[in-house]
Write a protein that binds this ligand. Structure first.
Ligand code: R1P
Ligand code: URA
Length: 232
């Protein structure tokens, strides 16, 4: 049992999927897992363990933003021995060729968060995906005939920015899309030498202004989830 997760040792699998939304975690468990068992209800951050294609796997909400995912990643790694942490999230496209419902795999995660500036005494740490999980995700996507876009993404500390044009600067440097957690997850996993990957489905486009509904964000995005679960 840890401060934010009231599970027992052994309740959580070595591989866990981390959507921001705990209701997406419930939907994933109920839709894709065999014999899912709920291991956490603290703060409503639902977590489940079951099997997918015979492999033991867990799924739990991570909350929104880097501080939230860092709390859960820290406890999952240090208290429950989790080795593969895979974010499955929504993101806003910054490039016209990245369309609504496309799946993006984050090779690296830039950030406007001050977290690593403080930690690395003003230096720039480069939060990077696990090469092993990244490669495996690419192979799985090929066999499932799912097209993946791969590259650098932005983990932002703000959803509602003061300057609505701010994203264009990141876009100019080839950043594919914006979400709010991957840079934190990649950094925490690097600290403990475990594997991290972020798979993202485009829920809206900053380029065209298109959006998906919150219901769609909770209960769709199956392609990304199937890739994530196949990594177990
Ligand atoms: O859909 P999730 O996984 O929550 O991800 C995105 O959605 C939230 C903002 O609406 C942030 O957490 C952002 O990273
Ligand atoms: O953080 C996020 C998530 C989805 N869409 C955005 O524009 N930002």
């Amino acid at each position: 049992m840890s401060i934010h997760i009231n599970a027992q040792k052994g309740d959580i699998a070595e591989t866990i999927l981390l959507p921001g939304d705990p209701l997406r975690a419930k939907w994933i468990a109920e839709t894709f897992l065999d014999n899912p068992v709920c291991f956490n209800e603290v703060r409503g951050m639902l977590g489940f363990t079951g099997t997918y294609n015979g492999n033991r796997v867990s799924v739990m909400g991570s909350g929104m933003g880097i501080p939230s995912i860092n709390i859960y990643a820290h406890e999952l790694i240090t208290e429950f021995g989790v080795k593969n942490l895979i974010r499955v999230g929504s993101a806003g496209s910054m490039q016209k060729e990245i369309k609504i419902r496309d799946v993006v795999v984050a090779m690296s995660a830039s950030t406007n968060s001050g977290l690593n500036k403080t930690r690395f005494l003003g230096g720039d740490f480069a939060p990077t995906a696990s090469f092993q999980l990244f490669n495996k995700a690419i192979e799985i996507a090929k066999t499932k005939q799912i097209k993946l876009k791969a590259g650098n993404i932005l983990s932002s500390d703000t959803f509602y920015t003061d300057d609505p044009e701010e994203w264009k600067h990141w876009a100019k440097f080839g950043v594919l899309c914006v979400e709010m957690e991957a840079a934190g997850l990649y950094t925490t996993c690097a600290k403990y030498n475990v594997n991290a990957l972020a798979l993202l489905t485009i829920s809206d486009s900053l380029v065209t202004g298109e959006v998906t509904t919150s219901e769609e964000r909770e209960t769709t995005f199956s392609e990304m989830v199937k890739i994530g679960l196949s990594l177990a």
